[in-house]
Design a protein around this ligand. Sequence first.
Ligand code: CUA
Length: 388
Amino acid sequence: VNRLDSKKRTGSRRPRHLRLVFLVAPLVLLLAACSGSGPQSALEPQGPVARTINHLWLLVFSIAAGVFILVEAALIYALIRYRARKGDDREPVQVHGNPKLEIILTIIPALILASIGYPVVKGIFDVRAIASGPDVLQVHVIGHQWWWEFQYVDYVGQDGRALTTANELYIPEDTEVNLTMTSADVIHSFWVPTLAGKRDLVPGRISNITLAADDPTPPDQPHPGQCAEFCGLAHADMRFKVHVRTQADFDAWIAAQLEPATIPTQGAAAAGYETFSNTCVACHGATVAGPDGVTRLGPERQIEIGDVTFAAAYAPDLTHFGSRFTFAGSTFDNTEEHVAQWIENPSALKPMHPELNDVANGRILGMPDLGLSSDQIDSLVTLLEGWK
Ligand code: CUA
């Protein structure tokens, strides 16, 4: 006892400092969480679907926090108020059973659970409901290792195909968009935290998710999206963007994207087209217009699931490559410099497995180094960036 007492006296200063550290450190961590969220935050919903999910989270969190504070407060009060005091060795009153208290303590949690359960179950059904009707925009989504294919099935071009784009989804503001999704290879997951929850894309199956956004996005600030299911080497680089436009701007975008790309007849772009039509179209698709009319280039395969047919490309459609802000799973800004670096050695910029490609069977695991000369690359870049 003496040793303990003396230790307590002489050491009373340092433990107090330590105690301060133990108190302040968690506080600092807690406050760090208030430093504002990144662009991929589900806590800053920008559309009705994401808002429904956020409201549920807030409701459950508030009730759980309330219960936590009440229980901890009662516990701490009891610990201090009824602690054993020196010289007081009375035995506390022993009780067994208290029906009134037990009924109250059963009813209160039941009411709390019901107040959480009803809105949560209703919210799950609301969020899972497949949007339908004449005002709903229908888009097919195909997940690929490691990029996204978007097809606007209501908008068919001169080649008779649905408008197809890659990694950048355009939607009109204040409009429900029903995404009908599947995968061409392994399981992926579609996730735009600011607009909706996650939904897996499973090969051989169809899944749906509803997107809706309140306001148009500035051109350089689209909603960031991300594959949320580990799908191999470049999973982290399987990103995409959702651009929201006014109805008029969206209609103009659709009209422009439905136009075929022009086959250039002179200059670097014409040389680029030579390379393009001999090399790139082994995997990439494009709809082009020349003196002979409109031609569809590149392979595709039909994925039939129930009564839905997905026309899956092998690689991103390049018809309007120059109009995109990003490329390669929305990983890089679309600049001439980046595209040239990419064509020169794609695997140096993004981890992929092009050596495993089996083009004949539509199994593509990344763009290979095609061994093009720097002149060929430059003219190819001129061609692609000219296809706005
Ligand atoms: Cu696709 Cu992860």
